[in-house]
Unconditional design. Sequence first.
Length: 458
Amino acid sequence: MNIEIQLNEKQLKAYELLTDYTNGITEVLYGGGARGGKSWLGCLWQILRRISLPGSVGFIARREFSRLTDTTMVTFFEVLGDLGLTGYGYYRTAPSQGEPGNSYFFPNGSMIYFRYIDWDPQDPNYDRFGSYSLTDMFLDEAQEIDEKPVSVLRGRFSLLRGKNADGTEWVTIPKAMYSCNPKRNWIYNDFVKPAREGLLAKFRAFIKALPKDNPYLEPAYLENLMRADKVTVQRLVYGNFEYEDDPAVLFDFDALRDLFYNEHIEEVGGKSCSADLAMKGHDHFVIGSWTGNVCKIVLDKDYSTGREIERDLKNVMLREAIPRSLTIVDADGMGAYLESYLEGIKEFHGGNPPLDKRYQNLRAECYFKLAELVNGRRLRVICNEAQRERIIDELGALKQAHIDNDVGKLDVIKKDEWKKLLGGKSPDYADMLMMAMYFRRTKVTAGAQVSVQVRRTE
């Protein structure tokens, strides 16, 4: 069978990675923008793999069944038509004669499962995928899918050899393709950010495909897309993963970038200090020295003993002439007993009541205050490049909790959920900045009280 196909430069690069069995690449993330030919490429790869590997099994999935059937499967049959293979094989919607439903079967014994992988409270560990034996998989719009089922499916790549029609054996390696639009979750932590930093795992590849990479895209579509809001344009036109369209996101991305260049914020005003504490490799020990609304990160260590923390913090206060009463440390960790050695410093307990009763607790109140000052370009942070990127990552991932509840108190997501968005890292720099807001809160009052007397005129 001879099939001619036309691929653009980005599609060809991804296709070569997916069909090379000697390169060690087992996972390819492709996309980052709208109309980059993502679904078409994934379906093409799956079809050609089934034809070239008799008896192999593929897996095509999206999070929701309706989107799987209304979009991805529509593209799948379009690709069959583009290849001149309409009617080559058959699709079953329901199980019959030992064949599973919602699957496509090829004449050479190969097949493709079409599945949705939304979370099911009756199957929280995705055990329903435990019996599959797969050769490869294509997850369309992978940014919508949780990391847990992806990990489960990676463990189902067991059908990696078979017989060709001439009796020879074919042998392959596990391959997975994920198409995506920008989102800060596991695809960002595992692919996008490491690729940007030159730290991408050797078995992974990320190919950024944008609308401009598609030579067949109608100019009118792109012109219309450019008229969308700023976040949509940044995400879907330019493939910017740092821009979020989630209304729960607390910090504006442009404001976070400006945070380090707000030269109009001068180093004037009172001195204060905030520190996030950590011992022996657990998270980071970070100290910020504040002059007014300008923060300098003056210490950043990933290994410290209790004695070193006490000594380092005391030295910073002496060197920077910071009063103990204007020094605050995280008291929910080791700081709970540090105050007994550095008498007079403030202890920060995130679960304490806030000054402003609109907030769930002190932690939420201080993070909302930090967002107010950052988004209003009223803070400046002086630090190195690595610290800057870490701060942007941490604050950029923070979200408001229970955003749809318009009667509850304002809150932010729990730290465990936040750490999950950060790939397991603790938001140490963000916590240091947040604690400094303890000194910048204001208590809500009823305002000036006015006594009004009404007198009847004769």
